[in-house]
Design a protein around this ligand. Structure first.
Ligand code: ATP
Length: 253
């Protein structure tokens, strides 16, 4: 059974059809690139999968369950996490606190229990910090744990976003332009990082990315969107050699 399946998904904003009749399925452990020119509808597809936008038509299934009309929090609980094209961290909080915001919910029950047995509170605190540090280590940010999130260089903020998404313990991770603003060396490191976390957490990943070298390194399968429509869903070799893709990007006749 597919882990994620979109069936004829459409999204209209007034007169604009941002996403039109998109269907595709992802198997467990796949990593698929989602590419297309600016404004093609890629981020809108993420917003539909994560319940930020409601579909105008079509259905979305995750692990066999219809998630089309669920709210974003319920969708996270199903096991889908994302990062954002425009980084959305808690800027004034420290790096480790950004991870703890996510872990806190999980600790809620324990906290209530702990209120009745106060010596345990410190223990739970310690466990939360340890857990948060574990995620920071995975993305090699542990030395920045106490820095304010907005004091980090752009590339490291993107890694923190990935760590925070991982702390939600997703099965499906949606990465929206994780290499944006990174130099070639940072992009290479990001490729290694994505490979590492995919393996470690047994993830299925959709990667939106304009850096084609990153997409080609990571994704054996690529879906190309143009003007909200699916242009091609194929292997990276098929996509690279498809004249429609070149035309979509370069506007060639
Ligand atoms: P980019 O690569 O530039 O990030 P994209 O492929 O992610 O582009 P989307 O952001 O999904 O493209 O936008 C697709 C279309 O939908 C665009 O025409 C955009 O203006 C429109 N759109 C997206 N969100 C909204 C919204 N909330 N209201 C109205 N139109 C929207």
């Amino acid at each position: 059974m597919a882990l994620l399946e979109l069936k004829g998904v459409t999204k209209r904003f007034g007169g604009i059809v941002a996403v039109k009749d998109i269907s595709f399925a992802l198997e467990q452990n796949e990593i698929v690139g989602l590419i297309g020119p600016n404004g093609a509808g890629k981020t809108t597809i993420f917003n539909l999968i994560t319940g930020v936008y409601k579909v105008t038509g079509g259905k979305i299934f995750f692990d066999g369950k219809d998630i089309t009309d669920l709210d974003p929090v319920s969708i996270v609980k199903c096991g889908i996490a994302r990062t954002f094209q425009n980084i959305r961290l808690f800027n004034k909080l420290s790096v480790i606190e950004n991870i703890r915001t996510v872990l806190f919910r999980e600790a809620d029950y324990n906290m209530v229990e702990a209120l009745f047995r106060s010596p345990k509170v410190t223990k739970i605190e310690k466990q939360l910090v340890e857990k948060a540090m574990e995620y920071l280590k995975v993305v090699e940010l542990e030395e920045y744990a106490n820095y304010r999130a907005d004091s980090l260089p752009y590339g490291l903020q993107r890694k923190l976003e990935i760590a925070r998404a991982l702390a939600l313990k997703p099965r499906l991770l949606l990465l929206d332009e994780p290499a944006a603003g990174m130099n070639p060396e940072e992009s290479l490191m990001l490729v290694d990082l994505i490979r590492k976390v995919k393996e470690r957490y047994n993830l299925t990943i959709i990667l939106i990315e304009h850096h084609m070298d990153v997409v080609m390194e990571l994704c054996p399968r690529i879906i190309v969107i143009n003007f909200g429509e699916m242009l091609i869903d194929g292997t990276k070799e098929e996509v690279q050699s498809d004249p429609r893709v070149l035309k979509a990007y370069l506007g060639e006749e």
